[in-house]
Design a protein around this ligand. Structure first.
Ligand SMILES: N[C@@H](CCC(=O)N[C@@H](CS)C(=O)NCC(=O)O)C(=O)O
Length: 214
């Protein structure tokens, strides 16, 4: 039986691939593991059947028989550890790749999420216009650091890994803001991720749900 992941029945981004099921789909595609998807409405997210999978009532979740997981980072790590292709075999290199997953989720993603909050959820608040430039500056600090770390390398630490998968997924959230284009090497890094056949299949699969061809 295939693992089952959950995704929005209708993603607020209309199929831009920003909902976090895309990173899980991408990981499964990279390792060549077929999967099934259970689509969940916003209402169903907060109902007991889904809350039994995650106390936070969010997507994505992952089920494999009786084994269940939530949190996109934990799910991608699980996939990377159980199937070949997303983590190096050498234990030091493996730990470094996992470190990059944490860096993506814990150091780079938070200010990017702040921008989403500032623009979408607090856009009508009186402080929004003053706050947005501050949030953008905090993002730029991370982009500058990451860009100088990459120094033209294709991937963060040698071969493509789950660390890159997570970092590219996080950076993609900035595409609409135009901020990535301020850092051409990062924009190119993200484009390399998007060009991977596994990413393209993952993107197409979520798009088929959210913007089905007429
Ligand atoms: N830290 C969690 C965040 C999950 C999350 O925020 N999911 C969003 C979609 S990308 C969601 O379900 N939002 C609906 C809600 O929170 O009610 C993860 O990485 O999986």
């Amino acid at each position: 039986m295939n693992p089952i992941i959950t995704a929005f029945e209708r993603s607020p981004d209309g199929g831009k691939g920003l909902a976090r099921d895309t990173r899980v789909r991408w990981a499964l595609e990279e390792v060549g593991q077929p999967y099934d998807v259970r689509l969940v409405s916003f209402q169903a997210l907060k109902e007991p059947a889904h809350l039994a999978l995650t106390p936070f009532g969010q997507i994505p979740t992952f089920e494999n028989g009786n084994f269940t997981l939530f949190e996109s980072g934990a799910i991608v790590l699980h996939i990377a550890e159980h199937y070949e292709g997303l983590l190096p075999k050498d234990s030091v290199a493996r730990t470094r790749a996992i470190t990059w997953m944490f860096a993506a989720l814990n150091t780079v993603e938070p200010p990017i999420l702040d921008l989403v909050t500032a623009n979408i959820f607090e856009g009508d608040k009186p402080w929004a216009q003053e706050r947005t430039p501050l949030v953008k500056d905090r993002i730029r600090v991370r982009l500058r650091q990451l860009s100088s770390y990459l120094e033209g390398a294709d991937w963060l630490d040698g071969a493509f890994s789950a660390g890159d998968l997570m970092m590219v997924s996080v950076l993609l959230r900035l595409r609409m803001s135009g901020m990535l284009d301020e850092y051409p090497s990062l924009a190119a890094y993200v484009s390399r991720g998007e060009a991977r056949p596994a990413y393209r299949r993952a993107f197409a699969a979520q798009l088929a749900v959210n913007a089905p061809a007429s």
